[in-house]
Write a protein that binds this ligand. Sequence first.
Ligand SMILES: *Cc1c(COP(=O)(O)O)cnc(C)c1O
Length: 391
Amino acid sequence: MKKDFKKRTKMVHGGVRRSHYGEVSEALFLTQGFVYDTAEAAEARFLKSGDDEFIYARYGNPTVAMFEDRIALLEGAQAAFATASGMAAVHGSLCSILKAGDHVVASRALFGSCLYVLEEVLTKFGVEVSFVDGLDLDHWEQALRPDTRLVFFETISNPTLEVIDTASVARLAHGVGAIVVVDNVFVTPVFSNAIQLGADVVIYSATKHIDGQGRLLGGVVLGTEEFITKTLEPFLKHTGGAMSAFNAWVMLKGMETIELRVRAQAETATKISQDLYGHSALNRMIYPGHVSHPQNKIVNEQLYGAGTVIALDLKGGQEAAFKFLNAIEVGVISNNLGDSKSIYTHPSTTTHQRVSDQQKKSLSITPGLIRFSVGLEDSEDLITDILQALE
Ligand SMILES: *Cc1c(COP(=O)(O)O)cnc(C)c1O
């Protein structure tokens, strides 16, 4: 697809591989393998596969390739590799790049499973990991060393929505020759500008906004053609983190509406943030798109939007938070995000239950904190409901 079309056009038509039947909607190729006309053809394909030639679904599949091409168009990346989950994407990227003796610098405010991979998995294989306060550029500078091979952070952190200055961290990291890997879930691919800001590798859990309707797990890694084909693909192909054709087909259809969904959700989040700011039942209303957010300037300079998640810190701690959750009528109590249904989460007793009290304190995960993933419901219904629940 031609590069000069706008993103919304690319999301409808980009990446299509039409079969000889001329189907309008992308075909779902539910096949684990592919037939060769001759023994010579099989040999030739194993020797070198062309862009539209497949061998085995763990290596690639036409439906998965359509999804990969489409998301690469949205991100403005040269190439993409789809994975079974967001964590397969995180683990695959890190393990394909790193080896024993390498040093990694990562932001401290991370999704629990990302923290597990960095703290428990990588270190087991002889990788040294240093954690920093992602907001403090001096911390990054002090932690980076000549042997730092990789830098990892979540651009907008979960659940307190701190926004990292990607351009500055990338500049510092590149100064010591490190590869910059960002987990960009909370930014969403619609609002991402990560590659232009200096990220070398961009990761999404497709489970979130890409599916956007809470059906499936998936993930994707984006980067240069060279990185994806030479470094990432061999690792993931042989270690089994491939996305299934069915999941890729659902994600591919999700891409057709992702612009509309995410923009509508962010617009509602903006309205709600304005209505809730300064409410007497709240210690804090956190939304990166609100002028009161400490990194609002970075959001305006570096991102195309502030995301679809708001955090509310209720006065009255856990008791107030539970009362609020139990009073909510529009939306559900759950732990996904980016869904068309509004989802309310109490991080300190669920997603971050196992984080130590001291760490919760340092990450500002207070007992009164609610993470609110804004859905596609009518914004007035959501606001009215939140106000009655706060009462
Ligand atoms: C959900 C999430 C992941 C993991 O994705 P899965 O699809 O659940 O494996 C990683 N990072 C962030 C920031 C997430 O929100």
